[in-house]
Write a protein that binds this ligand. Structure first.
Ligand code: PLP
Length: 356
């Protein structure tokens, strides 16, 4: 090792799902939305004033914050935005997790959380989920430097009820609790009402899943004015212009009443396909969790997940496989269009998946 290498910040990076360049594939591996963004988004792009790119974008992201405030009925000083929720979450870890006590996260959850903890040298502890992949509340009634929970959780696709979070927050007033609601729109409930009661609760959301805008990178967070002002202090000490001028307008267009109605209809379609997929996969011999998201977390009764993953890939169908403890016999399958799902069921049948 060279001398200078001793002072390098070494990290094992997060590995995102593959983004194959081919066009004739079925991509069910990164929980993207199969439907296009709201029509108002296309209008923004068509009519965008290119001369705006000469100037820096608004550092306070005002049009996007105003849109979020209007849509969610949240005061503007309780809203933070960033380049996807990954950026919002990373900023939040940096801002709020500075205790010597470990932050708590589930052993099976979004695999970026421990990467940020490592990156920022935040002590952390992985708390085992129960055998059914649900959280055990009493595990979180202990000294900690913070808590991060995805609800619904990924890749398990499961939720905890509102009372769980109320009790969790009542027991944790000395550290910041982050609830990542990336899939909240597919579940239909949010913990953001609890913000009025707990000034240490940060609720994070994204436009990547339910709003079909993964490519635009738009994330947001709601919290008490105090929490949000601390986040802004860190953001403005890091990069004042996180979001570009076009993206700010795209985000605002995705939040109009009309866009809201459009997205509610695409979310409904995805939920209908998901409920159908639960039955169809059961008929093909899969068992899985009762998903409240836009993806399924399933295991086959007789064929190893890794084998199915590879065979689907040979047939140009991409799903996600995690070679990790407890979940290495599961597949995470994003809900696609009905046509994409039909094609997948056919291939699964061809490769020998059956109920018996
Ligand atoms: C997809 C996902 C994110 C990241 O979303 P972006 O807004 O695209 O960065 C965050 N948390 C969870 C649990 C996710 O599944």
């Amino acid at each position: 090792m060279s001398d200078w290498e001793k002072n390098v910040r070494r990290v094992v990076p997060y590995v995102p799902g593959e983004q194959p360049a081919e066009s004739n594939i079925i991509k069910l591996n990164t929980n993207e939305n199969p439907y296009p963004p709201a029509p108002a988004v296309a209008e923004v792009i068509k009519n965008f004033d290119i001369s705006l790119l000469r100037k820096y974008p608004a550092p306070d992201a005002d049009v996007l914050i105003a849109g979020l405030s209007e849509y969610y009925g949240m005061p503007k000083d309780q809203i933070f935005v960033g380049v996807g929720s990954d950026d919002v979450l990373a900023m939040s870890f940096l801002t709020f997790f500075n205790s010597k006590k470990p932050i708590l996260m589930a052993d099976v959850t979004y695999s970026f959380y421990d990467v940020w903890a490592e990156l920022f040298e935040i002590p952390y502890r992985r708390v085992l989920l129960n055998d059914d992949f649900h959280y055990n509340l009493s595990d979180y009634k202990t000294q900690n430097g913070g808590i991060v929970i995805a609800n619904p959780n990924a890749p398990t696709a499961l939720c905890e009820p509102q009372e769980f979070f109320d009790e969790l927050l009542a027991a944790n007033t000395e550290s910041v609790v982050i609830i990542d609601e990336a899939y909240g729109d597919f579940y239909g409930k949010s913990t953001r009402e609890l913000i009025a009661k707990y000034d240490n609760l940060l609720v994070v959301g994204t436009f990547s899943k339910s709003r079909s805008l993964a490519g635009s990178r738009i994330g947001f967070a709601f919290g008490s004015p105090k929490l949000i002002s601390y986040l802004n202090d860190v953001k403005f000490s890091f990069n004042s212009y996180t979001m570009d001028a076009l993206t700010l307008q795209i985000g605002a267009a995705a939040l109009t009443a009309e866009s809201g109605a459009y997205y509610r209809s695409t979310v409904e379609k995805i939920i209908a396909t998901r409920e159908d997929a639960k039955k169809r996969l059961a008929e093909l011999g899969f068992v899985g969790t009762d998903s409240q998201t836009n993806f399924l977390f399933v295991s086959h009764k007789s064929i190893p997940a890794k084998t199915i993953f590879e065979k689907l890939k040979e047939n140009k169908i991409f799903v996600r496989y995690f070679d990790k403890p407890r979940i290495d016999d599961y597949l995470r399958i994003t809900i696609g269009t009905d046509e994409e799902m039909e094609r997948m069921y056919r291939v699964l049948e061809e490769i020998g998946c059956s109920r018996s």
